[in-house]
Design a binder for this molecule. Sequence first.
Ligand code: HEC
Length: 127
Amino acid sequence: MALHQKAQMRGHLEAVQQVTTALAAHDWAAVEAAAARMGSSPGMLQTCERMGASAEGFLEQAADFHRRADAIGAAARAHDPAATLTALGDTLSACTSCHQTWRQEVVTAEVYEAAAQAAQRAWSGEP
Ligand code: HEC
């Protein structure tokens, strides 16, 4: 997995932690700010598009996840703890279902190189 992608993921986990902490304190502005870190901004969706370029269905799952995170922000704006928790649970189930679909294996450098070259050929349309 690309280092950048891992960093994104750790950012998502941090955002979930911040949502939870802020929710417990009823700090609605902080809940909203943390949810926005996972929200469906144009920049975020562009990043997902690049990451999922060679993985069919990835972008759709990613976009669905970010829309679910948007609902956390909306519930926080309404100062509704139950709706915020529901939206958080809904968002976390998008995390886990994506992780179930896209598992990465640890492989040797040779296996990785061969797969990367095959992907490159497929991407560029070469035989
Ligand atoms: C669109 C797909 C997708 C979504 C949605 C998603 N992830 Fe991930 N995430 C991945 C993939 C793929 C990996 C690599 C999995 C593997 O190594 O098997 C990963 C890895 C991670 C890692 C490990 C990072 C590391 O440093 O190795 C963390 C932490 C993580 N995700 C957290 C989250 C959290 C929290 C959410 C939701 C708030 C989330 N992810 C949503 C695809 C996704």
